[in-house]
Design a protein around this ligand. Sequence first.
Ligand code: LRH
Length: 471
Amino acid sequence: MTGGVVAAVDLGATSGRVMLGYVDDGMLRLEQVARFPNGPVPGPDGLHWDFSALYRHIVQGLTEALRREPGIASIGIDSWAVDYGLVHGDELLGEPFHYRDERTARGVEAVHGEAPFEELYRRNGLQFLPFNTLYQYAVEDRLADADVALLIPDLVAFLLTGARFAERTNASTTGLVDVRTGQWDHELAARLGIPASALPPLVDPGTTLGTLHGEARERIGAPLEVIAVGSHDTASAVVAVPLSTPDAAYISCGTWGLVGVELDEPVVSDAAREANFTNEGGVDGRVRFLHNVTGLWLLSEAVRTWEAEDGAPIDLPGLLDAAAAVTGDIPLFDADDARLSAPGDMPARIAAVLDDAGAVVPATREAFARTIVESIAQAFADAVATAGRLTGRDIDVVHIVGGGALNRLLCQATADRSGLPVLAGPVEATALGNVLVQARAHGWFGPDASLEDLRRVVAASVSPERYEPRS
Ligand code: LRH
């Protein structure tokens, strides 16, 4: 076994990072080089991302990474799914839309008018999420003006190297990839009026995309290679779940809680469709059979509102400690309620959902925070049970990875409500998965390392915290 160092660009909905990932004799270590904020930016025509700022931060971060570590072997990029940028020549046609922009409602109507959801599910295996890329394309005015449409990590790779590809795990979230073959569904795209320019050549994780070129190469300072990783952040996170039993479930918990199991073959049964379970593409052709639960978005948006009210930052660990000490009945709400997906005054939105269900609205912030965390945990427990039912598995342990693994109240509540032990960590699963796939491409784990071998490296490098269910 050999080793080396790679750079991982990991873009989340609330922040982005550039990390160095060190592999040494079967062990893995991360060092953060840069961290920068991210979030929805309201504009005259809707919610966008400030992609130009993100790209500037990425180039700065990579420059610093190379300064610290001149021996970097390659760069890998992952981000949230579904969103894209339109490219004409070398130019980006405007800042990408944010998936929480409400224009997608019109897209759903237009697409389902041509291809009903039942048919879409048979073809693409995706749960219904109103922002899946095919709905966005249906209301995208400038699609025809573009030479190519690229999902966010592919767009970053294009700007860095000039290469125009679609990495397969992330492409699977567009709704335009055939769940059986893993290839673009050209027939569906044509029926929906989506041009071939939106379906660039697909590549698998581990493929070398290109070498830094032009201004990026000058700024960063070396002709580094960019390697495709599981460029959907959730795909990278699932690579780094140290699955401890064959019947383990995982929750990749950040803004969203992605709750499910890993499969070899998709499940597109009526029951899976009705339960709104998705079959997203995983690394090495695995299937991420999971359901999107509205995760820590509910808490972070509530905190954002309270901070605006106070004009001062909130001590989140302190609030969660106070929430854990709340006694008495905890009212619950449906974390997946569609009214909770847009930004803005989350406490009022949740109060309306509770009120409509005849539940009591908590009177203090700590009680409110407790209700939010317990409602997320209940949705996690329900989704774990459903994943077991739909796949015939007797789930025996739940791994929580991502930022949510740090939330002790959430981890314990998930154990209590699912009746299963929870193993929390690694927190940095997404960046670790990104690093692992690059390291494997360099042959640092031997010629034929499997996903299981990669997970053994994670298990050797981190120690998850265990939460036992309490009655
Ligand atoms: C998590 C995530 C999730 C998608 C959503 C858009 O960051 O990628 O898997 O459903 O963002």
